[in-house]
Design a protein around this ligand. Sequence first.
Ligand code: DOR
Ligand code: ZN
Length: 333
Amino acid sequence: MDITLESPLDMHLHLREGDTLDLTVPLTADHFAGAVIMPNLVAPVDSLNNLRKYRQAIESYCHGKNFRPYMTLFFKNYSRQELEECREHILGIKLYPAGITTQSEAGVSDFSTIEKTLEDMQELNIPLLVHGESNGFVLDREREFLEVYRSLASRFPDLHIIMEHITTADTVQLLDEFDNLSATVTLHHLMITLDDVIGDLLRPDLFCKPVAKTPRDREALRQAVFSGHPKLMFGSDSAPHPRHKKECIGCAAGVFSAPVALPLLAQIFEDEGCLELLQGFVSANACRRYDISPPAKQILLTQSPWQVPHYYKNVSPFFAGQTLRWSINSSFS
Ligand code: DOR
Ligand code: ZN
């Protein structure tokens, strides 16, 4: 059996910078029509000038592939004028609580100081993408952040707020309480629980933020995605770290899923008997929620097994060494 996906999108992606782009950009540009590019570089992407340079760097590794990087700025208190200038160049602005994950030290430490920027974003129709975790106990962090989501969603009813990489049953519930909330869901959070990360031998390749949660949480995510929830969009949160940053004391957070994302999504949707819902999850829902029209691109997936390499350069991918049922056969525009 074959399936053809129309203009699949990865709505949350870390490409990194410098030489790493040589690995990350072609992998995603081969499989997707576009991706939302996270701004947490060593120096955060927080000006139009830096954003332009970063987009050009990404495009220089696209080698003519039909691929659109949807750029984001790192949240800080921007002036109205800065927001007006940036508006046409960005898909949204990504907010990190300070220090909550990789390269987020410059994030927000006091939510009471950001009202004006949020008001301006609402007026200018600039979406707010949020890494929603508190500083509490690791398994409670997302749940504790729900109050912040509630407060933002009710006080800024016309601000499109995207709850990034959601992992808990409570967050899935919150989605339906406010029209202006959407969410991205990763592949790994649909597949693993905390048991896979620390229940047997410690798995640095599966350690990420937010950490994978309980079987009940995973079930709630799967239930929502596999029933075609219209506010859920695929965002891989593929986040490569070199081997020496994973296999060490002080392992960096991030699952590198870009090479296997579409084949594994096809596999789990097929296993649930809902392959026909994959198109919505990987493209149509995002196009509708963000009001975007990605480049026309068709990706043909076929049932032909392949073994995932143990490493892509010095980065170990999700499902390394395992055999997947679906392959990307070709992409054509
Ligand atoms: O696991 C993660 N890795 N979660 C994030 O929020 C950031 C990402 C990264 O940049 O490595
Ligand atoms: Zn991320």
